[in-house]
Design a binder for this molecule. Structure first.
Ligand SMILES: [Zn+2]
Length: 95
């Protein structure tokens, strides 16, 4: 039997259980919180966990326009060059 508020496709980071994960409201920044009914722990479900901070991204873009290659920027900041090119495209400027 499934509960109405059961979250599908979520996994508990503590016990790896995919079932009995329920929504437990949101935290202050609007991130979905979940509760694991198995180990009775709360955790935040954050789809954007690996998001790179805006200022780092800006720095990377600036470095690119300062004359570094996309690959060079990637090496300096530790991203893939595809990432760097993506941001540059999104920044709306043409190299
Ligand atoms: Zn759990």
């Amino acid at each position: 039997m499934k509960k109405a508020n059961e979250v599908s496709g979520r996994k508990c980071p503590y016990c790896n259980e995919a079932e009995n994960q329920v929504r437990a409201g949101k935290n202050r920044s609007g991130t979905q919180r979940c509760f694991c009914n198995k180990c009775k722990k709360y955790y935040t479900y954050a789809p954007k966990t690996r998001e790179i901070p805006e200022e780092i991204r800006e720095q990377a873009i600036k470095t690119y326009y300062a004359g570094a290659s996309g690959r060079g920027v990637g090496k300096i900041f530790g991203f893939s060059k595809a990432n760097v090119y993506n941001w540059i495209r999104k920044s709306g400027k043409n190299p």
